[in-house]
Write a protein that binds this ligand. Sequence first.
Ligand code: FES
Ligand SMILES: [Fe+2]
Length: 339
Amino acid sequence: MKAAYAYNAWYPLAWSSDIGRNLNARRVLEQDIVLYRTEGGEIVALEDACPHRLAPLSLGKLKGDSVECGYHGMAFDCSGKCISAPGMARPPAGSEIRKFPTAESMGMVWVWMGDADKADLSLVFNMPEYDNPEFSVVQGDALLVHTNYLNLADNLCDPTHVVYVHQSTLASSGREETRVMHERDGNKVVTWRWVIDGPLIPVFEGLKDFGGNVDRWHYYHYHAPSVAVIDFGSAKTGTGAPEGNREDCIQMYACHFITPVDQSTSVQHWLCIKNMPSDTEVDTRLVDGLRLAFNEDKVVLEGIQQREDQNREWKRVNLSLDASNIKMRRIIEEMAASN
Ligand code: FES
Ligand SMILES: [Fe+2]
């Protein structure tokens, strides 16, 4: 079954640092987009198809702030208006291309895929910790995952797979029965679990010496349709972390920005924000650990997509652990229905 798309939303599309004075091809919600930066530094997102023969404009040339098609030279300004057509005194009717509203936040370029007049910059996802000097940011990867974006969102609302999929990175053994809580708040779902008086997880080892066991939290914040922030951390057991005392703790936010490319492809840009200073050695080890973990998810999620793509009778079996995923999918359906 085809998953619905919510068009009136900001979607993450690229690392800001990757978009400069050249033409970049990106795809989101089955729409090809050409992305570039004007001489003044503004991000421009235009439909990546020339109205003449549908040649990808991303194969053309950036001239000043305009794009020249690489096939016969039609040119478009950064509002999508055709400004010259070869052999024509003036551009023919219907020769403009669609321009998409854009924004930059948290080191990402975001694009609004619905009605341009509904694009509200105050809705672009942002976390104050990203710019807070008491935290440091470690940039991860733009991971291509051959799976539907809802399968990826399922995974990012789900603490229960960790003990099975991430034994060597994010799990501590013997803790799979810990109770999972969840709650919907508007277009967000938060799913959380605590592990009380357990060992540190492998990716936290060596970051801080707690002198024994810790209380460990995982809060999975899913902001529909395409942001998941996993707030995970540890504090010495018995010091009141579950009651809110996290003064002496490891605090991390794994931020996942999901680009739904098409029905069976997603791009997962991820980064980590942590409450400790940048340190090349620590950061490299952390990124290596998280990269390993997110590639463990990729293997499972791509296997799921392959099986979904096979011609088979299948009705999803729901378990009690699916409660937050069901809420997540309902939010997307509601958003898509109000496009
Ligand atoms: S396809 Fe672009 S000008 Fe012909
Ligand atoms: Fe995972």
